[in-house]
Design a protein around this ligand. Structure first.
Ligand code: PGA
Length: 252
């Protein structure tokens, strides 16, 4: 039985006061959430404040990105040991915004995935096709390529300490969610691909869906047999919406 997970990707949003309000709201609603792992991923600068705010809550902490190196002359970067030091347990790797806007290739995401594991952080490794790729019928080929780049560096056993997130690029921030059937089809493909290498790892691997998941559609998506939770952008910025998604995961 895989533990459901709901992770909030706050992206580049918030201020000291709004972040404090957001995390207080989430903390306050955690009472009924006992079997779902709930993670928030604030912008780097707010991580210490959120870490303090969740010190007596079951909410866990993640970062949105990290450097592939562990220290040194890499101006503007944040290293794995630093994230660990301030209380992160998870780190999002290879988000489509990093891939599309900051030139992160499959190879870059693979070495960041390795850096996360090396530092005792659990990667939430994002994969997904663009609309054009879906229309061309190459969704599975794209996802296989993204996963293979990572497997080449770290091997399938590394997935025992990681989470995958299927995020169709056309669904992110667009309000256009993949249908439960569309999402399930890709999740099943991912799990069977991993099962081809290691059945036990595939069975235990959590695969989140991301892309306009919200309070209204979460239950139906998470009810799919290979969807183990969600990576939430927009809806993670409102405590009530985020908590409703956590409640949906709790029920599934
Ligand atoms: P969204 O973003 O929920 O706003 O579509 C999801 C994500 O980018 O992780």
């Amino acid at each position: 039985m895989r533990q459901a997970m709901v992770a909030g990707n706050w992206k580049m949003n918030g201020s000291s006061s709004s972040v404090s309000e957001l995390i207080s709201g989430i903390n306050a609603g955690m009472g009924g959430i006992s079997s779902t792992e709930v993670v928030v991923c604030p912008p780097y600068v707010y991580i210490p404040a959120v870490a303090a705010a969740i010190s007596s809550s079951t909410v866990k902490l993640g970062a949105q990105n990290m450097c592939d190196r562990d220290s040194g002359a890499f101006t503007g970067e944040v290293a794995g040991p630093m994230l660990k030091d301030v209380g992160c347990e998870y780190v999002i790797i290879g988000h489509s915004e990093r891939r599309a806007l900051y030139g992160e290739t499959d190879q870059v995401t693979a070495i960041k995935f390795a850096a996360a594991l090396r530092n005792g952080l659990k990667p939430i490794f994002c994969i997904g096709e663009t609309l054009e790729e879906r229309e061309q019928g190459v969704t599975e080929a794209v996802i296989a390529r993204q996963i293979d780049a990572m497997l080449e560096v770290e091997g399938v056993s590394s997935l025992a300490n990681a989470v995958l997130a299927y995020e169709p690029v056309w669904a992110i921030g667009t309000g256009k969610t993949a249908s439960p059937e569309q999402a399930q089809e890709v999740h099943a493909f991912i799990r069977s691909k991993i099962a081809g290498l290691d059945a036990g790892i595939a069975e235990g691997l959590r695969i989140l869906y991301g892309g306009s998941m919200n309070a209204a559609n979460a239950a139906e998506l998470i009810a799919q047999s290979d969807i183990d939770g969600g990576l939430i952008g927009g809806a993670s910025l409102k405590p009530a919406d985020f908590l409703a998604i956590c409640a949906a995961a709790e029920q599934a």
